[in-house]
Write a protein that binds this ligand. Structure first.
Ligand code: NI
Length: 200
């Protein structure tokens, strides 16, 4: 069994480097460190849920590859990713599973993935959208997309995004571990919003 884990480690290192060159210059909250946090969280949830750790970690690193918000040619990017995965000896079956997870996360964010691994990566991505990091990413994304912080006139603001989406994520977590992790982050967002409105 030992050699399998050596190969696994090398595959994860190669995936990390691949992801780094793709997302290094992102300023919308989808940078390399978003992928790193999601990968670490997915790995830790996978351990407590007895899921396939390698699939969760690999798919989490790659979960924003081909996202239509971030890439002009999503299909080409996905195709290149699949070719890359084959060059590092990831089996066709695993490439397919990784693709299924990514598609569930990136293209239909409202859907509940069918597999446990998909559910875990979705949880990990959602956890990174809430809490202190989630707050920072919301304003980075808003700024990069020409959105106001807040307005007394317009509805479409970064602050509104908390009410429309972020405050609802806590109740949408799939796994028990993610529900636990979401509680503290959710409370912090509520505290932040209260303070924000007080200062405003
Ligand atoms: Ni993401």
């Amino acid at each position: 069994m030992e050699w399998i884990w050596m190969i696994r480690d090398e595959q994860i290192i190669a995936i990390k480097q691949y992801v780094k060159q793709l997302f290094e210059l992102d300023v919308t909250g989808h940078d390399f460190y978003h992928m790193k946090r999601v990968a670490n969280t997915a790995k830790s949830i996978a351990e407590s849920e007895n899921a396939n750790i390698f699939l969760c970690e690999a798919a989490a690193w790659l979960h924003d590859v081909g996202d239509h918000k971030l890439f002009q040619q999503p299909k080409r990017v996905m195709k290149e990713m699949n070719l890359f995965l084959k060059t590092i000896s990831i089996s066709d079956d695993e490439v397919e599973k990784i693709n299924a997870i990514i598609q569930n996360i990136s293209f239909s964010k409202g859907n509940i993935p069918e597999t446990l691994e998909g559910k875990i990566v979705q949880d990990a991505d959602r956890l990174d959208a809430i809490g202190a990091v989630g707050i920072a990413r919301t304003f980075a994304y808003g700024g990069a997309n020409g959105q106001l912080i807040y307005s007394e006139v317009y509805q479409d603001t970064s602050i509104q995004h908390f009410y429309d989406k972020l405050l609802r994520l806590k109740d949408k977590m799939n796994t028990e571990r993610a529900k636990q992790l979401a509680t503290e982050r959710h409370q912090f967002m509520e505290q932040f919003l209260e303070q924000f409105h007080k200062e405003w």
